[in-house]
Design a protein around this ligand. Structure first.
Ligand code: NAP
Length: 265
């Protein structure tokens, strides 16, 4: 992996992803935005994708303001044609795809399992589980051509332990962990590593929708976190960057909790 040393008055900084190209879905908000910024800070050219164009433009602006290079491609991850175009446009613009963070996801409506509507179930599965599969389906062939690549999928602690009211979401996240392990085995000898992160409670717009701005609900949720606080999106982004880096060269097929101890209870 190419690394350059930037020297100046401050100590030399290693830019792990200089010359590399990364793709982040759901990059208009929350953890995806933090990951896109983190990749750019490590020197990567970043393709930002989302259905929220205004939010994606803001991520683009943040990266440009720091001197980074980024491209926005609007894509709904539940639509095969749009995901295929996303990878195509990435390669057209930057010539390659070195790593991807398949992060786009929705929480769906909260209700006990027997009250979940078929419509809610189908939508959550389409975006979260089919969306990650479609990303893998279109990213992997490009990485195979290059002989290497690293992919991280956004799962959740709810894919590992139960959480009342989130059956469709939890099933989709558990599915992502299974998908991650299978893809990791299939492409391990082809130079492609596939892992997942399982965030705990992270302070993002998704979590804020859950609390509805109520300090009481927020305190209840934080009370479930052994570490006693919500995580920051940047704390998940650091794990994603590490998993995509050469520092994680022997790590594949793992679903790594970044959860303040949530899954240790
Ligand atoms: P977020 O703030 O809601 O950001 C998710 C982004 O994905 C939004 O910009 C959203 O756009 C976009 N999106 C939704 N549907 C899409 C689709 N079909 N195609 C492309 N983009 C789409 O959520 P977050 O909290 O950062 O979560 C990011 C990921 O981490 C998700 O997969 C989530 O399940 C997972 N996660 C989050 C937490 C947490 O505590 N926050 C914990 C565990 C796992 P719109 O806003 O327009 O819908």
């Amino acid at each position: 992996m190419t690394k350059i040393l930037i020297s100046g008055s401050s100590p030399p900084v290693q830019r792990e992803f200089h010359g590399k190209v990364g793709l982040v879905t759901g990059a208009a908000s929350g953890i995806g935005r933090a990951a896109a910024n983190a990749f750019a800070e490590e020197g990567a050219c970043v393709v930002i994708s989302d259905v929220d164009s205004a939010g994606a433009e803001e991520t683009l602006r943040q990266i440009s303001a720091k001197g980074g290079e980024a491209l926005f491609v609007r894509a709904d991850v539940s639509k095969s044609r749009e995901v295929s175009d996303l990878v195509e446009q990435t390669v057209k613009k930057f010539g390659r795809l070195d790593f991807a963070y398949n992060n786009a996801g929705i929480e769906g409506k909260l209700s006990p399992t027997a009250d979940v509507t078929e419509e809610n179930w189908d939508r959550v599965m389409a975006v979260n589980l089919k969306g990650v599969w479609l990303c893998l389906k279109h990213e992997i062939p490009q990485m195979l051509k290059q002989g290497r690549g690293a992919i991280v999928n956004a799962a959740s602690v709810t894919g590992i332990v139960g959480f009342r009211g989130l059956s469709a979401y939890a099933a989709s996240k558990g599915g992502i962990i299974g998908l991650t392990k299978v893809a990791a085995l299939e492409y391990a000898k082809s130079g492609i590593r596939v892992n997942a992160v399982c965030p705990g409670l992270i302070r993002t717009p998704m979590t804020m929708r859950r609390t509805g701005g109520s300090p009481k609900v927020e305190a209840e949720l934080v009370g479930m976190e052994p570490i006693g606080r919500m995580g920051a999106p940047e704390e998940v982004a650091k794990a994603v960057v590490w998993l995509c880096s050469s520092r994680a060269s022997f790590v594949t097929g793992q679903a790594i909790p970044v959860d303040g101890g949530w899954t240790s209870q």
